[in-house]
Design a protein around this ligand. Structure first.
Ligand code: ADP
Ligand code: MG
Length: 486
């Protein structure tokens, strides 16, 4: 603080408007957190009042509430106190009318326009050896950002072992599995790890298609010697998608000799394919060479692994998605990691281009646009068919709890704060609507409430449905998550 300011008489300035106050607080917060978080969580917020030291902060969606309480309350209070030391407490209130309302909420993009370029790791040059630089290994694929699950545990362990001791026990290393399950990631990550541990070693990564092209070119220009020199002096040769040299006899022959030369020198060879060695349409002698080494498969990730991968990717892209959204994606995209990433990228686009916070609903809309609708098509896109059966009451409670970030315990408890009351009413409404539960039964499962209490609560929320589009959207989002509507 400028000491002279305190000496001069306090200016009799008109009280700062709440929007100015909020802007000044936001400036402080913006300097402390990542832009992605800032835009996500402070968009459509406002200061709604300041009474007796309580700063009332309006949030546009129920899901913001827990997040703010857990992550930003202290920071917001501190920032507020920097500007007005009389502020003692931050009080949050959900006001859905703030959503996309330029008059009432703060337009973050206008006031905080600087769009920092998000750093998406691109291909960097990798130094392979003195004077040799390859652009092939991508730093995007690291062992550290590869999520280990039951589907890839063995493959991952084998890669780690190879990275520790290239040319050791696991030579050659052969990984196989379907598309988009992480083979290329693992191969590249292993190459990167070897380079890190042995910076002077020569690591070559190539696809079998590139390898074939180079063979063709070498033959054409009579540069086979050069080709052999290049490939036979490497320390590690990584060949991705070997299945593509099926029916290419000359390439297979050249690869066989390259392989042998390296193997005899105890150089590491790592190969991937879409199927196990025995099923490849390759020369027998090649297949038997592959079978000599370590063979590991990568298969489809289970739900927990999918969720972990999504969280990892979301963090990489610096996008903060509600857990319910991540869970929704993980639940519905089941066969292929690449597809998981595809949906996530759509969410990033939604968020970056339209500044919309992805919700279960918007994601499920994106999925149906991509004809990834769980109810329509199971086989082609890797969806688990949403069960046609009715959800259980427990499932309804879980979905509501996730959507509003309110615990089931709170919902069946006695609290009457709006943040609990509202989800409770929505859960009751869904129980009535989809399970045809009686008022008495609802009263029982909601912590022993009287059936008239239930009736009144339901009347209220049912009445509001007709003139509250936000409520309708919320109900629909939960219904989508439960597979009740598309
Ligand atoms: P494949 O080569 O088997 O077709 P990729 O390695 O290209 O598959 O994987 C597709 C995408 O999924 C890549 O972006 C990769 O980073 C990602 N991916 C796959 N498995 C994992 C995992 N276990 N952890 C993190 N990312 C993964
Ligand atoms: Mg691949």
């Amino acid at each position: 603080m400028n000491p002279t300011a305190t000496l001069s008489p306090a200016p009799t300035s008109p009280a700062v408007s709440t929007s100015d106050l909020w802007l000044r607080i936001l400036k402080i917060i913006e300097s402390k957190i990542q832009r992605g978080q800032f835009i996500t969580w402070f968009k459509d917020t406002a200061v709604l009042g300041l009474e007796e030291g309580n700063l009332v902060v309006g949030l546009p969606l129920p899901m913001f509430l827990t997040w703010h309480m857990q992550h930003y309350r202290t920071m917001t209070l501190e920032a507020a106190q920097e500007i007005d030391p009389s502020i003692r407490e931050i009080v949050y209130t959900v006001d859905v009318g703030l959503k996309d309302n330029r008059e009432r909420s703060t337009d973050l993009l206008e006031h905080f326009p600087e769009l920092k370029k998000r750093k998406v790791a691109g291909r960097q040059e990798v130094k392979l050896a003195e004077g040799i630089v390859s652009k092939i290994l991508s730093p995007k694929y690291m062992i550290e950002n590869f999520i280990v699950g039951t589907n890839n545990r063995l493959a991952h362990a084998a890669c780690m072992a190879v990275a520790r001791e290239p040319g050791g026990k696991y030579n050659p290393l052969f990984l196989y599995g379907g598309v988009g399950l992480g083979k290329t990631h693992l191969l590249q990550a292993t190459g990167n790890a070897i380079l890190k541990a042995h910076p002077r070693s020569t690591v070559v990564y190539t696809t079998s298609e590139d390898f074939t092209n180079q063979v063709v070119e070498a033959i054409q220009h009579q540069k086979m010697d050069q080709f052999n020199r290049r490939y036979r002096t490497v320390d590690v040769l990584i060949i991705d998608d070997i299945q593509f040299i099926a029916n290419k006899d000359r390439t297979q022959e050249i690869f066989f000799h390259t392989f042998n030369a390296l193997y005899e020198e105890r150089k590491q060879v790592i190969i991937s394919a879409d199927r196990p060695p025995q099923e490849l349409q390759l020369e027998d002698r090649l297949i038997s060479r592959f079978a000599r080494g370590m063979i590991a498969d990568v298969s489809q990730p289970d739900y927990e692994t999918r969720l972990a991968i999504l969280s990892e990717k979301a963090a990489e892209y610096e996008i903060f998605l509600d857990r319910a959204v991540l869970e929704f994606i993980a639940q519905h995209v089941t066969k292929n990691v690449r597809e998981l990433e595809g949906i996530l990228m759509q969410a990033v686009a939604l968020y970056e281009l339209e500044q919309r916070m992805p919700t279960v609903r918007s994601i499920s809309e994106i999925m149906s646009k991509l004809s990834m609708d769980p109810l329509k098509d199971e086989e082609t896109v890797g969806f688990t068919k949403a069960p046609k059966r009715k959800p259980t009451f427990q499932e309804i409670m879980e979905a509501v709890s996730r959507y509003y970030s309110v615990s089931i315990q709170d919902m069946v408890g006695a609290s009457r704060v709006r943040e609990v009351l509202h989800p409770r009413q929505v859960a009751m409404l869904l129980g009535k609507k989809h399970l045809d539960m009686s008022y008495v039964r609802l009263g029982e499962v909601f912590g022993g409430r009287d059936h008239t209490t239930v009736m009144n609560a339901l009347k209220k929320v049912d009445g509001r449905q007709h003139n509250d589009p936000q409520l309708l959207r919320e109900i629909r989002a939960v219904e989508v998550e439960l597979g009740l509507v598309q």
